[in-house]
Design a protein around this ligand. Structure first.
Ligand code: NCD
Length: 317
């Protein structure tokens, strides 16, 4: 039996976790990254359901790979048309049903608040794998583990967020979380139409006294950054195609711009990328986005193990 405070809990947004709990998950994620084979039987006999009502490559496969690498199995669907949602079933009923089959559920849904609703109708933990433009807590865990691996801390950093700060849920979740650590400052780089939502400025940044500046050009600020978090313009959340086409290539990180940055800059991107990072940047040691993908799987292994209350090898030592 485990006495971990995380066992049986759902994760809907990063604020659901105390800083101590965040640290617990990240530390376990780092241990798993260092020796994944040691954890290969931790979830044997357990089932993860992945319910994806919105397209995904990385997040769904990352969850499935994570559960399989813990010795568990997975079931689910990758598009709503393949589920009873197409027949008009409510989300509440779908979740109630699936929670009779699985030990834990990872769900992505285009509607903000869907994950919270799901957790209220589930008998088992629900992990929000993205709800509309709202939150994406496991991407935040991924980002934090990546930052910790190169900077050895998550505080006292100057972090630039570049691209679609309005609709990007990964940005919203990460900003809210980094704002909880002391000494972080933000540079918000976007076109005027894609600025960070006002509620994050007035309810998160200002009350916490976080220093932040806004910028229009990446070239003007890149030299001041410890971390550059690039994002895709979120096509699927635009109301009209014309605006998307006008804004989609607002920022493109290429070698020329990267040459203006410091040698210890870490470039992150939740992926998928469209045009915003030129492939010529991929071979630069500061480009961390593919390592980030790997950390995403390890941190999801940690999260699944802790939420399902699985016995960990370190507890038997
Ligand atoms: C992100 C998402 O789905 O919000 N992708 C991901 O989970 N890695 C970012 C994006 O789609 O732009």
């Amino acid at each position: 039996m485990t006495t971990d405070s995380l066992a049986g809990r759902s994760l809907i947004e990063p604020d659901d976790l105390s800083l101590k709990e965040l640290d617990r998950i990240l530390t376990l994620g780092a241990h798993i990254a260092a020796d994944p084979g040691r954890y290969r039987d931790v979830c044997r006999g357990k089932i993860l359901a992945t319910l994806f009502f919105e397209p995904s490559t990385r997040t769904r496969l990352s969850f499935e790979a994570a559960m399989q690498r813990l010795g568990g199995t997975t079931l689910g669907f990758a598009e709503p048309d393949a589920s009873s949602t197409a027949k008009g079933e409510s989300l509440a009923d779908t979740i109630h049903t699936v929670s009779c089959y699985a030990d834990i559920i990872a769900m992505r849904n285009p509607k903000e608040g869907a994950a919270l609703l799901a957790s209220r109708h589930s008998e088992v933990p629900v992990i929000n794998a993205g709800d509309g433009g709202h939150h994406h807590p496991t991407q935040t865990l991924t980002d934090l583990l990546t930052i910790r691996s190169v900077k050895h801390k998550t505080e006292g950093l100057t972090v630039g967020f570049c691209g679609d700060l309005k609709f990007g849920r990964t940005v919203h979740s990460l900003i809210k979380t980094l704002a909880r650590y002391p000494g972080n400052r933000f540079v918000l780089i976007s076109p005027p139409e894609l600025e960070l939502p006002e509620y994050l400025v007035s309810r998160v940044l200002k009350p916490a006294g976080i220093p932040f500046t806004t910028a229009r050009r990446l070239e003007d600020t890149i030299a001041s950054l410890d971390i550059l978090y690039m994002t895709r313009v979120q096509k699927e959340r635009f109301f009209n195609e014309e605006d998307y086409l006008r804004l989609k290539d607002s920022y493109i990180l290429d070698k020329a711009k990267l040459n203006l940055a410091g040698s210890s800059l870490a470039v992150l991107h939740p992926l998928p990328r469209v045009n915003e990072i030129h492939p010529e940047v991929d071979s630069d040691p500061r480009a961390l986005y593919f390592r980030q993908v790997q950390f995403g799987m390890y941190v999801r292994m940690a999260l699944i193990a802790l939420l399902t209350g699985a016995p960990l090898p370190e507890e038997n030592e």
